[in-house]
Ligand binder design. Structure first.
Ligand code: HEM
Length: 451
């Protein structure tokens, strides 16, 4: 499909841009910015179009004509991960949205805050002063525990949560690996394939056990599992199968665990590198919250904390590419994109576009003070996407990140090894290859901090 005349540099015969992407994925997508709105990128015989201007991204996400599905990559993931909300297209997606969305309603956030606070306090309370901590792994464990306890409701027992935390990361990693593995290799009885199959079977069994326990308990019904279990198939009137439930849990966890965990890890990395940012955060938290527990409404009462998290989401945007495919003709700023076109954009690349963000590689929370999102062109900063596939967990994620930052900074100051530079590794999300930090007990706030 040739929509624009601009072809990304680095194309080779046969493989197209696949080699350039494989060599330096982050650099490749960053340098596409500023090359013209629509840039052709090919992977072997597959031609795709990358959108590099905010207006085009906005129009794609809004999908006013309803002609977009999630594209080819998801076709490959679906047989592995099931057809949960992140993967479903068209009518399937609309039906699932009606089931899943209420679980993310504002009225549940207060109860979720208690879980978030509890999990963060327990995890960080176990840290030892002066001892190294793998902050990336800690953030993953905290996020998964919070997700498990909020998705399954208060009734879920600790053993079940521990099972999920043990099994989910391997399954999610396996799904990612499989999407880039040739189909023929997946069918062979290789140890890696058998391990994956076993881990997935164990995960399904664990979710089934939770489901059965949940059916037998009197829960408040505000959790995701209750909502899924209460649905009936509009054609048959039947309740969801164990497989449907498992697919949905895997989909929501896929969407919410890596993204949030990685963002929090990068935030602590940048806080440690910017002592003045840390000092302002500590001061704000002290001034606004004092000693009282952080509540759901506090996510809106800590403006500097929000700027720091927002800058972290910009500079360390966890999502490398977002995809769509046209199922009918699409008009993008007057350009007619034919049906069957694979469209992409890179949030990571867009958020580092020097034309939109001066000194794009600097971590500067203050930039949001001088130029808020409303002053940027539409489509320029949508870390949670937009339109019909907008992130359902956006408020949940802001709250979780805020609670974890507050709980950590109340107890600890995290420090990096001297001269340590985190290396970004693009995988399911763009995460730090490792993030060893040392925790020191937080000093009592000084008069200066409290001012
Ligand atoms: C910093 C953390 C997060 C970021 C940056 C993020 C970002 C996104 C983005 C960009 C999308 C849209 C993808 C697309 O357009 O194809 C999305 C979708 C989604 N997110 Fe998030 N997300 C985060 C956290 C979460 C959390 C914590 C949850 C759940 C607890 C969650 C649940 C979802 C779901 C269910 C979807 C699919 C919506 C649909 O297709 O209808 N996300 N997320």
């Amino acid at each position: 499909v040739r929509v624009s005349g601009v072809i990304a540099p680095g194309r080779l015969p046969w493989v197209g841009h696949a080699a350039a992407v494989a060599r330096h994925p982050l650099r490749f997508f960053e340098q596409l910015q500023g090359r013209g709105g629509m840039v052709g990128v090919s992977f072997g015989p597959l031609s795709t179009v990358f959108l590099t201007e905010p207006e085009l991204v906005h129009q794609m996400l809004m999908d006013r004509g309803g002609v977009l599905d999630k594209g080819r990559f998801y076709d490959k993931v679906r047989p592995l991960a099931g057809n949960g909300i992140v993967l479903a297209n068209g009518e399937d997606h609309r039906r699932q949205l009606a089931v899943v969305k209420p679980a993310f309603h504002h009225r549940h956030l207060a109860a979720h805050t208690t879980v978030m606070r509890d999990v963060a306090a327990t995890a960080t309370g176990a840290w030892q002063p002066g001892r190294p901590i793998a902050v990336d792994k800690q953030m993953h464990a905290i996020t998964l525990r919070i997700l498990a306890r909020t998705m399954f409701g208060a009734g879920v027992d600790d053993h079940a949560v521990a099972e999920l935390i043990r099994l989910l990361p391997g399954v999610l990693r396996g799904i990612m690996t499989r999407t880039v593995t040739p189909d023929a290799l997946l069918r062979l009885p290789l140890p890696a394939n058998r391990r994956f199959d076993r881990a997935f079977a164990d995960l399904r069994a664990a979710i089934s056990r939770i489901m059965r326990a949940h059916r037998g308990s009197a829960t408040d019904g505000g959790d995701l599992l209750s909502m899924i279990l209460a649905t009936r198939d509009p054609r048959t009137g039947r309740p969801p199968t164990e497989r449907d439930v498992c697919d949905q849990i895997v989909a929501v966890t896929m969407a919410g665990s890596e993204t949030a965990a990685t963002s929090m890890a990068w935030t602590f990395y940048e806080i440690a590198r910017h002592p003045q940012v840390e000092a302002r955060l500590v001061a704000e938290i002290g001034a606004v919250l004092g000693d009282r527990p952080v509540e759901a409404a506090d996510a809106g009462r800590l403006p500097y904390t929000r700027q720091v998290l927002q800058e972290s989401l910009r500079l360390h945007q966890p999502i490398l590419v977002i995809s769509r495919r046209t199922t009918g003709e699409l008009d993008l700023s007057g350009v007619r994109v034919p049906a069957g076109t694979e469209l992409f954009y890179s949030p990571y690349g867009l958020f580092r576009d020097a034309g939109l963000y001066p000194r794009p590689h600097d971590f500067d929370p203050g930039r949001w003070q001088t130029r808020p999102v409303s002053a940027l062109p539409r489509g320029a900063f949508l870390p949670f996407g937009g339109g019909p596939r907008h992130c359902l967990g956006e408020h949940f994620a802001w709250l979780m990140m805020t609670v974890v930052v507050v709980e950590v900074l109340r107890r600890w100051r995290l420090r990096l090894p001297r001269g340590f530079q985190a290396r970004a590794m693009p995988w399911a999300t763009i995460n730090p290859r490792s993030l060893p930090m040392t925790a020191y007990a937080a000093p009592a706030p000084t008069l200066e901090d409290a001012r």
